[in-house]
Write a protein that binds this ligand. Structure first.
Ligand code: ATP
Ligand code: MG
Length: 425
């Protein structure tokens, strides 16, 4: 019979790579907690309307990338393409934004119907941070400083660049958009096809075009900084002052726009050149209008999301995953003869005494030789050997598998102590 394959663009995480993922996820969560961000979890499915209203009807995500279907009752549901909308929905629904500030983080799978390629999947995973109720640039700065600390701890700070831009208010953007469209419409025949389509749907995204001729055309176009209002300018200057004081390096990229409609004022991306075309590992910005747009009271907010796949790829590419991170077991217990019951009991005693020990007990019997082969293949540092003689003497053999050191026999009561000593050597 033909085997069933996974859905295109949706990957399995195999045990071999799981430790790298666990390491990255644990590092991010730890840094988040150190800055007072607390975890929130929300469902993977939401009402489609939530994403339409927040991300924007004419964005790539909503127009062509969402996994949307009707449930059995005819209600339109969508697999979340990002976390911010759900986070706002959940926080608002449970009163977390009422007269208080909140710093929240989340993680989990996101779904977008995109063309799968390196660093771009249809099910991918994000970590997100959202700070609500704080209007000033201090919280924008702290978020960026926290991210820099995370990159430093992961060993990738030298390989990512922070790009910043000020998008201003939606009014300023609307005036700029009108002038930009007028300028580009007069030169539409010089635009690449994608950008020509965006002229009527999402013209700001043209600034982001990777096509050189389009970028050349933009050199003479109206420029967003000329349209900004005083308040946005002051916010951005404040942010830069805080970042400079903290010794952060960044570049201001006046053509940086994001693919989601809800951003205003600060937007940013952390970009690497080490992953080819999919170089943005983390992106975010201010979205002061979103909470109100989703039915809440006006609430300033800033946040970001990072792609775990790209981060793990970057760590693997740069070879900065600590050597201690691996999926090998420490000890493999070989049980020869009619000693299974004693083997299981000994293993439990050891697990109680050494909670961090990764111990595999051989199951299913077999010859000494075949069990030792399995012990070797498991990657264990030591084989524990339990036969009928050892059981009679209340002993166990400890045989190093990675060095030439000889096997030793120890009292079972001393086994935990001996293993601990050997593993720390
Ligand atoms: P890109 O320009 O790379 O498409 P985006 O603007 O769509 O990114 P966001 O929606 O802001 O990105 O998502 C934040 C981060 O999530 C990205 O910087 C990236 O690391 C990751 N990401 C986004 N889409 C995907 C995807 N399809 N596969 C893997 N990671 C993704
Ligand atoms: Mg995208």
């Amino acid at each position: 019979m033909k085997q069933i394959q996974s859905v295109k663009g949706m990957e399995d995480l195999l045990p071999e790579r799981a430790p790298a993922w666990q390491y990255v996820e644990a590092s991010i969560a730890e840094v988040a907690e150190r800055y007072g961000y607390r975890e929130i979890r929300f469902p993977i499915l939401e009402q489609t309307e939530l994403f339409k209203r927040s991300i924007g009807e004419v964005t790539d995500i909503v127009e062509k990338e969402m996994y949307t279907f009707d449930d059995r009752n005819g209600l339109s549901l969508t697999l979340r393409p990002e976390g911010t909308a759900s986070c706002v929905r959940a926080a608002e629904e449970h009163g977390l934004l009422y007269n208080q500030t909140q710093k929240l983080w989340y993680t989990g799978p996101m779904f977008r119907y995109e063309k799968p390629q390196k660093g771009r999947l249809r099910q991918f995973h994000q970590f997100g941070f959202e700070a609500f109720g704080m209007v000033g640039p201090d919280v924008d700065a702290e978020l960026l400083i926290m991210l820099a600390r995370l990159w430093r701890e992961l060993g990738i700070l030298d390989d990512v660049e922070l790009q910043l831009n000020n998008l201003g208010t939606s009014d300023a953007r609307a005036r700029f958009r009108a002038d930009l469209v007028m300028y580009l419409q007069e030169r539409a025949e010089q635009l690449d096809e994608d950008s020509r389509r965006r002229l009527t749907t999402n013209p700001l995204r043209i600034l982001d075009s990777k096509v050189p001729s389009t970028q050349d055309l933009l050199d003479g176009a109206p420029s967003l900084p000329d349209y900004l209002d005083d308040e946005s300018i002051a916010h951005f200057a404040g942010l830069r002052r805080f970042l400079d004081a903290a010794g952060m390096s960044y570049i201001v990229n006046p053509r940086l726009v994001r693919g989601l409609d809800y951003y205003s004022n600060t937007v940013f991306e952390w970009v690497t050149t080490k992953l080819g075309a999919q170089g943005t590992v983390c992106a975010g910005g201010r979205y002061d209008g979103l909470v109100e747009q989703l039915g809440g009271k006006p609430t300033p907010a800033v946040g970001c999301a990072m792609g775990i796949e790209r981060l793990v790829l970057l760590l693997e590419t740069l070879e900065v995953i600590p050597g201690s991170i691996n999926d090998a077991v420490d000890v493999y217990l070989v049980a020869v003869g009619d000693v299974q019951a004693q083997a299981i009991a000994l293993a439990e005693t050891l697990r109680t005494e050494l909670p961090y020990l990764r111990l595999v007990t051989h199951m299913g019997g077999g010859s000494f030789k075949s069990q030792m082969k399995k012990a070797d293949k498991s990657g264990a540092q030591f084989a524990l050997i339990l036969g009928e003689d050892e059981v009679a003497l209340k002993q166990v053999g400890i045989k190093p598998l990675r060095t030439e050191a000889p096997q030793q026999q120890v009292e079972q009561a001393q086994a935990a102590c001996a293993i601990k000593g050997l593993l720390n050597e």
